[in-house]
Design a protein around this ligand. Structure first.
Ligand code: ATP
Ligand code: MG
Length: 568
């Protein structure tokens, strides 16, 4: 590719709206441009990177026995109504109407479309298992699109769906795709971990997220410092090491706590540790108000609450609603004296606190020496808090530590969630009708471009690895008015092409400084410069990553590039 004939609009300045390195460099090196918030054009170099990652994904998916197809991005509302998600998916789903006022969505994901397709075409156990995938643009009206390609509103995803006649068959394909995913992220040169995840809105049980370890990750991973255990922090269970307290119970006392509304201020005012206080939160669980208690220094995990109660929706109650029920505002709520029909759930840790501090359901007042069982009733004790660093690892080995991660892939065992709702059934060996068992498997392909970009750079620009780069070699004639330099560069460009390598030829009439700065910014693994010595048939080869430089005769360039690539 000749640089004068393509579009690589580099920038010297760091764009002010780009917070993270990958976003800044993708803009500065001319890989992408923003159209609207979370919506990007992939310029020629960006498109090459996207293609390079797609190629890796395709190879590994095909090797794992999955088959590629392409489904529509425009999806009729009826399908989403069948699955029930037209109502539950929320504002992330981009909805529109056609000229006949029929409702559609722009595909945020494709469970509905593929389940309908397979339902209509596959009727017998003999055609199962079947694993299909596509690489396609997805639309999600994210609340906070950010970090460039990392969280877009229009982005490229690889999504795969598998259909089975037995759980064992699903387990087998799941394991195979787990392996394929590991291969993909390894080939992308990423430092990643597979973590146990929550199934969230998707409604499955077994699920793993693939996380690239990175400072800018939006997710927190809880991992063991001595074993391979890793889980999304939202999901990690807390080991129940809490025995009921044997301390003597003191007399309940109501004390005035003016202006003390947070656990910290109450604890400071009463001169008690936060561990002695309990926080009282009110949640709306499928329209029912429930109370949740946790130790003052712990955070309640609403996903655990949702799972415990098998609820559809769980959200914090509005302060006014809570005040109506309790007669006090948020800073003074407590479990004592609540209406008998209000359910009270408490985190396991609460069980081992004696003589605790809690709100008195009267603004500006708290109780001290409150005791569960004696002063208030607990409907159920359960694991309801977020795990913390220093907690024992749930697998019994080591201690929990935290790391930040970028989610690049997600695999789920869906079971029959969609096949039952949408009547995707097959006839088994005995001629009986059975719902298909399903799995689904996503990779954020455009997010991967950003994750790779985030990993491979230095202060001057990108430093692409040899197997994942827009072009293999940057060929630069320093002065395009110098005949010998142009001739050497053209020869090398053609030799590389003949040898099956890809090259970007900087044939622009720019100053040397501009060309080298751009070249560093673009970050191809190897640069060949035809300068003054071109007249003697000698050019310079430079390795972007190490800065290593060698002078070689023009006819040795292909061989030298090959051996340098092998070392990278
Ligand atoms: P997140 O928690 O980051 O919003 P998700 O759980 O919504 O992700 P999935 O529905 O599992 O994501 O989608 C599969 C994959 O698609 C994710 O693992 C991620 O790599 C990618 N992805 C999801 N949302 C976006 C987005 N807004 N922009 C780019 N990639 C995305
Ligand atoms: Mg999401």
């Amino acid at each position: 590719m000749k640089q004068s004939k393509t579009l690589i609009p580099t920038m010297r300045e760091i764009p002010s709206d780009a917070e993270v390195k990958s976003h800044q460099l993708l803009l500065r090196a001319g890989f992408i441009r923003q159209n609207a918030s979370g919506v990007y054009s992939y310029l020629p170099l960006g498109k090459k990177m996207l293609r390079a990652i797609e190629d890796i994904v395709r190879e590994e998916m095909d090797d794992a026995g999955a088959v590629e197809l392409l489904m529509p991005a425009l999806q009729q509302a009826e399908l989403w109504q069948e699955s029930g998600r037209w109502q539950t998916y929320g504002p992330e789903l981009m909805r529109l109407k056609d000229r006949h006022s029929r409702e559609f969505a722009l595909g945020a994901t494709h469970e509905e479309v593929i389940t309908a397709l397979v339902r209509d075409e596959v009727k017998s156990y003999k055609r199962l298992p079947l694993t299909l995938y596509q690489i396609q643009t997805k639309f999600r009206d994210e609340k906070r699109p950010r970090f460039g390609l990392l969280r877009g509103r229009e982005f490229v995803m690889k999504d795969a769906y598998s259909f089975h006649a037995s759980q064992e068959s699903l387990d087998e394909v799941y394991d195979r795709l787990f392996q394929a995913y590991s291969n993909i992220f390894r080939r992308c040169g990423l430092n990643f971990r597979a973590v146990i995840a929550d199934s969230g809105a998707m409604g499955g049980k077994d699920t793993h997220e693939f996380m690239v370890l990175s400072e800018i990750g939006e997710d927190t991973i809880a991992y063991s410092d001595t074993s391979t255990y890793a889980a999304n922090v939202e999901m990690a269970p807390v080991v129940n090491k809490y025995d009921p307290s044997t301390e003597t119970q003191k007399e309940l006392e109501k004390v005035e706590t003016p202006n003390a509304k947070t656990i910290d201020s109450v604890a400071a005012f009463l001169n008690m540790p936060a561990e002695q206080c309990i926080k009282t939160l009110v949640f709306k669980v499928d329209e029912e108000m429930v109370v949740v208690l946790a130790r003052g220094d712990h955070e309640i995990n609403d996903i655990k609450l949702k799972n415990l109660l098998n609820a559809g929706t769980v959200e914090m109650a509005e302060e006014e609603e809570a005040a109506k029920l309790f007669g006090a505002s948020f800073g003074s709520l407590g479990p004592i004296g609540l209406p008998a029909d209000v359910k009270i759930f408490a985190d396991n840790a609460v069980r081992s606190i004696a003589n605790m501090v809690c709100g008195a359901n009267q603004n500006g007042w708290h109780y001290v020496n409150a005791n569960a069982g004696r002063d208030f009733h607990v409907t159920e004790f359960a694991d309801l808090r977020f795990i913390l660093e220093g907690d024992p690892s749930p697998d019994g080995e080591g201690m929990i530590k935290f790391a930040k991660g970028i989610e690049v892939g997600h695999i789920f065992k869906l079971g029959t969630r969609y096949s039952e709702a949408m009547n995707a059934v097959y006839l088994d060996e005995n001629g009986r009708t059975q719902p298909m068992i399903m799995g689904c498997y996503g990779i954020g392909v455009s997010r991967l471009v950003a994750a790779v970009a985030e990993q491979f750079n230095d202060e001057n620009g990108f430093v692409w690895p040899a197997n994942l780069t827009p072009f293999d070699v940057h060929v630069i004639p320093v002065n395009v008015k110098d005949e010998a330099q142009v001739k050497a560069a053209d020869t090398i460009y053609e030799d590389l092409r003949q040898a099956g390598m890809t090259a970007l030829l900087d044939d622009r009439p720019e100053r040397a400084g501009v060309k080298f700065t751009d070249s560093d910014l673009i970050g191809l693994p190897i640069r060949v410069t035809a300068g003054k010595k071109a007249a003697e048939g000698i050019v310079e080869i430079k390795v972007r990553k190490t800065g290593e430089v060698v002078d070689v005769p023009v006819e040795d360039v292909v061989r030298t590039v090959r051996s340098l690539q092998a070392e990278l």
